[in-house]
Write a protein that binds this ligand. Structure first.
Ligand code: SAM
Length: 231
């Protein structure tokens, strides 16, 4: 299957394994991963965030309940919301999630946004688990036609060492552990190149205390809700 499907499947497998109830996808683009996740029966709250409202709106109708959902209502409740905003800004609507996914997002962030990202995701949202995927630049020579970056909008592409040192530093700073994996295997004999897509799975080390949930000053809402469906 194409690489993007392998990334989505990786997240879906993780959801089936750990059964988070509340999942937020940051940089959700056309909501394809959210659409896949709505079939995971453990999920009760799904949220998407993207800085580009038009790409989110393209296929968001796919997240609406179908006639069958009304004719055969299931036991679980499911709320799906889409927000327009940036991962560089905090918004209270992103609190209380069990799993936050950032699939092929960080390489699109400007330096200033990437700097704020750890505090927003790990410090503020502070979910029990965070999944971050990004291209592995060491794999690029194996991809036909790739010169500098795989996509012109990428602000950077990291080697395994660069991603791992950023991830380990971030994890240490916010009390998470991190493990590295990926999708898209290198050819036999070239294992040192690593996966085509590198993935970090971060797990919060300590249960959240009331203090870390409640910040000193209440955080103002800055995201705009562009879609909401209640099943
Ligand atoms: N996660 C999707 C996937 O794997 O198919 C889409 C990845 S796409 C390559 C990156 C997305 O991140 C784009 O939809 C872009 O609009 C979004 N994005 C870029 N900067 C962002 C920011 N600061 N806050 C939120 N989303 C952002």
């Amino acid at each position: 299957p194409p690489l993007y499907k392998q990334r989505y499947q990786f997240v879906k497998d993780l959801v089936e394994k750990y059964k988070p109830k509340k999942v937020a996808d940051l940089g959700c683009a056309d909501c394809r991963l959210l659409w896949m996740l709505k079939f995971c029966r453990c999920i009760e709250v799904l949220a998407g965030l993207d800085i580009c409202a038009s790409v989110m709106k393209e296929k968001m109708h796919m997240l609406s309940p179908l006639p069958i959902d009304y004719l055969q209502p299931s036991e679980r409740s499911l709320t799906v919301t889409l927000h327009h905003g940036s991962v560089a800004h905090k918004d209270p609507c992103m609190l209380g999630f069990d799993l936050v996914t950032c699939i092929e997002l960080i390489e699109h962030l400007e330096e200033s946004e990437l700097k704020k990202f750890p505090e927003v995701v790990f410090g503020f949202m502070a979910p029990s688990m965070v999944v971050i995927s990004t291209p592995n630049s060491e794999f690029n020579p194996l991809l036909p036609g790739v010169t500098l970056h795989r996509h012109p909008d990428h602000k950077f592409e990291w080697t395994q060492a660069q991603f791992q040192s950023w991830a380990l530093e971030t994890a240490k700073c916010y009390g998470y552990s991190v493990e590295f994996t990926g999708v898209g295997h290198p050819p036999t004999g070239m294992e040192s190149v690593g996966f085509c897509t590198q993935i970090g799975v971060f797990v919060r080390k300590y249960p959240q205390t009331g203090e870390s949930v409640q910040s000193e000053e209440p955080i103002e809402a800055v995201y705009k809700t562009v879609f909401k469906a209640v099943y």
